[in-house]
Design a protein around this ligand. Structure first.
Ligand SMILES: Nc1ncnc2c1ncn2[C@@H]1O[C@H](COP(=O)(O)OP(=O)(O)O)[C@@H](O)[C@H]1O
Ligand SMILES: [Mg+2]
Length: 364
């Protein structure tokens, strides 16, 4: 996939922006607080239908303006597509080829991007919920079936938890809910397991190549049951075993909403041992593994967004990363200055100052 044009109206600090990207490498420079991350955020929005930074979407609307608009024209293996979003205080309207769509599942997965920003390093120390969010978000890019199963599961879970709040619980209804939840969980566990297996096929090698550090990097799927034996029967057993505890605690104490993925270095939780530099390289290897995962699963190359991370890598690692990306993925990089190593590489350059974009050395 290649993003040709991005247009913003009243998005964050942009009043009006229209930018044409290079099909391969783009570098956006600018001082701090000028709008570099905002620009990448609008592209992420086109991929996830939400920001990667904030939950309150009103903040995306330029101050004192009634709504924000994002339009993104991209080529999907030669097929030209246009995605749009209008964000207003009451919600948002999503458009595909200028027609509104009702379900986000009709939108997510059309334009896939992977973003790497310095804040991603917090993920290792976050609560499991944040890592589940990443799992969900990445699998949803390749499977609307997963997204639908997740939505249905969340609805059943809400229903089950509110049922458990009652003083006397209708256990026949609880049985029915458990059966429904088991059905959705079979799909979700299967796909999470396959996701982590596929990432594990790549992440170790990518880490070694990029970091030149001979340690073993892997992710462990912390599944709510023994994942090798995931079946209707084992899940039914799980529900049977935790029923009295759930009734006592008035909440659903087990299930895929309690799962986690743990990053390991030489089989030990990375948060226990890794240096900041190793964490950065593990996250980069994870992002590169995600790119490949999405490409292999969908047959289309996602777009890579690197927000202010290149300058954190030494010259050799910058070079390796760019070689790895080169020719396979369109890449949009932000930095305060042109990274040292890029002097010998061909790219399109942009400069941002107070929400206005210039293209040094020529017109777009
Ligand atoms: N809704 C908004 N309306 C107007 N300006 C905004 C809005 N949201 C953020 N900004 C401005 O955007 C700037 C930060 O942009 P950002 O893209 O994060 O900077 P950077 O170039 O450092 O990545 C700040 O000056 C902030 O005030
Ligand atoms: Mg920034």
């Amino acid at each position: 996939m290649i993003i040709d044009t991005l247009k913003l109206r009243n998005f964050r600090n942009y009043e009006n922006l229209s930018v044409n990207f290079d099909p391969k490498l783009n570098v956006i420079t600018g001082q701090n607080a000028q709008g570099k991350t905002n620009l990448l955020e609008s592209i992420v929005y086109m991929s996830l239908t939400r920001s990667h930074r904030i939950l309150n979407e009103k903040k995306l609307i330029r101050e004192d303006m009634p709504f924000a608009e994002i339009r993104c024209i991209f080529s999907d293996e030669g097929d030209r597509k246009e995605l749009g979003a209008v964000i207003h205080p009451q919600g948002k309207t999503l458009l595909v080829n200028r027609y509104p769509v009702k379900k986000t599942s009709d939108f997510i997965g059309l334009l896939n991007v992977v973003i790497f920003s310095p804040d991603d390093l917090y993920l290792f120390n976050e609560m499991p919920r944040e890592r589940r969010k990443v799992m969900n978000q990445e699998i949803a890019k390749i499977s609307s079936r997963y997204l639908l199963a997740m939505n249905r599961y969340q609805n059943f879970l809400k229903e089950r938890n509110s049922l458990l709040k009652n003083r006397t619980v209708d256990e026949t209804y609880l049985d029915i809910l458990d059966e429904q939840m088991i059905r959705e969980q079979m799909v979700i566990i299967g796909m999470r397991r396959s996701f982590i297996q596929k990432i594990n096929r790549e992440i170790g090698n990518l880490y070694r190549q990029l970091a030149e550090d001979d340690i073993d990097v892997r992710i462990r799927y912390r599944c709510c049951i023994d994942e090798e034996e995931c079946s209707q029967e084992t899940l039914q057993n799980m529900y049977r075993l935790c029923r009295s505890r759930d009734l006592e605690n008035h909440v659903s104490t087990t299930g895929i909403h309690r799962e986690d993925m743990v990053f390991l270095i030489n089989d030990t939780d990375l948060t226990q041992t890794a240096s900041q530099g190793q964490k950065r390289m593990v996250m980069l290897a994870f992002k590169m593994a995600l790119l490949k995962y999405i490409r292999l699963e969908t047959g289309k190359s996602p777009v890579l967004l690197l927000d202010d991370v290149l300058s954190e890598l030494d010259g050799n690692r910058q070079k390796k990363l760019l070689e790895m990306v080169n020719d396979t993925y369109q890449c949009i990089i932000t930095a305060t200055d042109i990274p040292e190593h890029m002097k010998n590489v061909r790219y399109r350059e942009f400069y941002i100052h107070q929400g206005k974009l210039e293209q040094p050395g020529g017109k777009q």
